[in-house]
Unconditional design. Sequence first.
Length: 447
Amino acid sequence: MTTRLDSDDIRGLVLGLALPSMVAQFVSVLYSIVDRMYIGNIAVIGETALAGVGVCGPILTMISAFSSLIGIGGGPLVSIRLGQQREKDAEDIVSDCFIFLSVISVLVMGLSFIMKDRLLWWFGASETVFPYADEYMTWYLTGTIFALMSTGMNQFIICQGYSGTAMRSVLLGAILNIVLDPIFIFVLGMNVKGAAIATVLSQLASCIYVLGFLFGPKSRLRIHVRKPSFKNFRNVCSLGMTPFLIIAFDNVMLISLNAMITKYGGGAEGDMLLSCNTILQSFMLIITMPLGGITGGTQTILGYNYGARRPDKIRLAQRYIMGLGFIFCLIMFIFAQTVPEIFIRIFTRDEAYISLTREITKVYTLGVLLLPFQYAITDGFTGMGVFKYAFALSAWRKVVYFACVFLIPPILGVKDIFLCEPASDIIGPIVSIAVYMTLGQKLLRRL
């Protein structure tokens, strides 16, 4: 069957898939940013509550990594099967992934409730911020199934080429969250709890939209409830383990950062740095999530052409993907180095917090211009099913980050801990580019 993925207009295809996916990821950032924005502006408790939500952030994102295990693990396989003209096999993978993700969502939610308090203490919550972190996380976890299902199954809309539909599912949840947050937080006076409940309801709406499409007649590959194939589960997990571990390690990195800030920052200074770091990480999400949308949303092009054995189209697509990512990161780099306070003031009006966050943001984003190459190369390898290269390159970048997080504070002081990000953002991509120009090109010549 002819599909738009057969198009020779690679530039148009990249833009047609990358831009909606980029917008969708940008909008999805609003889930966390809107919560943090309103929480930071709660009278009296704003900055402390913001630190509590910041501690929850990496833990909740780590939980969401299970959606990548199935969604990003299954998506490239579906694209490859479509490129091989094996549509029935592609539909079976989609159906099986729905069953896999349903079971995993229930298990993850149960284990998260059991481990909740211990995780918050382990990952940097002080006695002051723990009550706010505990309240937010408790209510947020009730929507675990909706969050994982909407994010994970949305990948199977993208891999069919319906990037606009995938974007609308995210827009629905984000807009609803923007509307509900002030109602629950301020009008109903529910504070931190209200932010979490608003997010859960928004995720429920996105989940209903995604599953409604995949079960409905408009989807090229529809979900059919069937006995799942263990072979499909093994193949999905083999490929999905790379993005799962990447996301998991990313969040372990942030958790380690919070823990080291708490350890070396002391009481008041540590809590202040945690609050500033929460704002900083929100800004970084505005860079990394849309960038991931560009490189992740175009994986289906690479997977389809890898399955169809068209190396020239893969190379051309990669050039456009890297170029688009670089333009985006250049814009964000200029903003971060010149006027980051425009973003920071959304969260707090305290000049001391604004000044400190501005300082660490300028340091933390020094290596942003090399990130599009890192993302395009690792996501490209994942899209083609070559998970061993993707994992190795991502793991190397994490190793650099971890080393800096643990070595910098005792040597240079806690404020210089934020040098860990530019160090990993510069060293990691340099190695990735070298691997792509050697082993990556050798791989494509074999097609």
